[in-house]
Write a protein that binds this ligand. Structure first.
Ligand code: ADP
Length: 333
């Protein structure tokens, strides 16, 4: 069961800050709410930093009270806004960021974001000895050493809802649909969506398929009496892969329609799962930070909250489950 770690030692800090950084994900607000309320209960004040590292450097700070985070648990996006900040790649900029935090009396930082945001946090901490704990917030679920990330469940649910609708049209018109989902260079979203949506096949970067193989899958379905097919395609580095595949399929005599779900998967009301996950991880981040832990991410391993050093997370990529991939293949055949 997921539970927030408890410590008997006296809390180390009395003023911390929280930010969201990188791509937004549904459930980030629930995480912010949890950080703020849990810290206040521990007797610690909380500052919100707007627009990630950019806002930190521009000193866009706001005080956060328990009431500041009322009525946000159900909202997608992030009330703290988010940004990408080129300047933070420079060591001197990160020193400036640590100086700003210290000058304001802030003693620790919670960063809610993905692998890139954690890389920035790791450097900020190791170069300036400024304590930081990360909370994994990304729809892609590609962060190493955590089974789950905030936003993934919502993005998968949103895409499956879309597939259920598309299936009505696909079956009414006897059509093949290529449905492109997000996930950057990883296929976690596509695989879950494919399984949950009962797709005929899933095209993901981790398992390349030739056009010939895709045609064979469609033909096998036709031989078994299927008149329509749903193929889930992970976008890869560049959105639009499904359109290119559709052209190649057409050359082999298979007409198909393309639906790119795009940013519809990023926003929206977080699922109950993501709200609970965000609440537990947000509070856990504060618990670890106030106990003096730093330079690490709070994650989920085998249904338990785990603290994982940033150095074991950043630059690594979580692999898709080969067992799940095999099962999705078997169930679709
Ligand atoms: P995500 O956190 O969702 O993976 P990005 O990869 O865009 O998103 O990273 C968010 C921000 O984190 C970047 O805009 C930058 O400010 C900071 N960041 C990313 N990588 C590094 C790095 N190698 N060094 C310092 N800061 C980084």
């Amino acid at each position: 069961m997921l539970k927030v770690p408890t410590f008997t030692s006296k809390k180390k800090y009395s003023s911390i800050a929280v930010m969201t950084s990188g791509g937004d994900a549904p459930g980030m607000n629930a995480a912010i709410r949890s950080v703020v309320r849990y810290a206040i209960v521990q007797g610690c004040e909380v500052h919100g930093i707007l627009r990630g590292y950019s806002g930190l450097l521009d000193e866009q700070f706001i005080p956060l009270e328990a009431s500041s985070v009322a009525n946000i648990i159900q909202r997608g996006g992030t009330i703290l806004k988010t940004d990408r900040c080129e300047a933070f790649y420079k060591k001197a900029t990160r020193k400036k960021a640590a100086d700003i935090l210290r000058r304001r009396g802030i003693e620790g930082l919670v960063v809610i974001g993905g692998d890139g945001s954690f890389t920035g946090a790791y450097h900020l901490e190791s170069e300036n000895k400024f304590p930081v704990i990360g909370v994994p917030g990304t729809i892609d679920n590609d962060i190493a050493k955590t089974d789950d990330t905030i936003g993934f469940d919502t993005a998968v649910s949103t895409a499956i809802e879309a597939i259920d609708r598309i299936r009505d049209t696909a079956s009414s018109h006897d059509r093949t649909f290529l449905v492109e989902v997000m996930g950057r260079s990883s296929g976690h979203i596509a695989l879950q969506v494919g399984m949950g949506g009962g797709a005929e096949t899933v095209i993901i970067p981790e398992r390349k398929q030739s056009i010939q193989q895709i045609c064979e899958t469609i033909d096998r379905g036709i031989r078994r009496g299927k008149t329509s097919s749903i193929i889930v395609v992970a976008e890869g580095q560049e959105p639009g892969l499904s359109s290119r595949l559709a052209k190649d399929l057409a050359k082999k005599g298979h007409a198909s329609k393309v639906c790119i779900l795009g940013h519809t998967q990023r926003g929206g009301t977080p699922t109950a799962h993501d709200r609970v996950l965000a609440s537990v991880l947000g509070a856990s981040a504060v618990a670890y930070l106030l106990a003096g832990k730093s330079s690490a991410m709070v994650g989920v391993q085998d249904s338990h909250v785990a603290l994982v050093p940033f150095k074991d997370v950043i630059g690594f990529k979580k692999q898709v489950s080969s067992e799940l991939l095999q099962l999705s293949h078997e169930l679709a055949s």
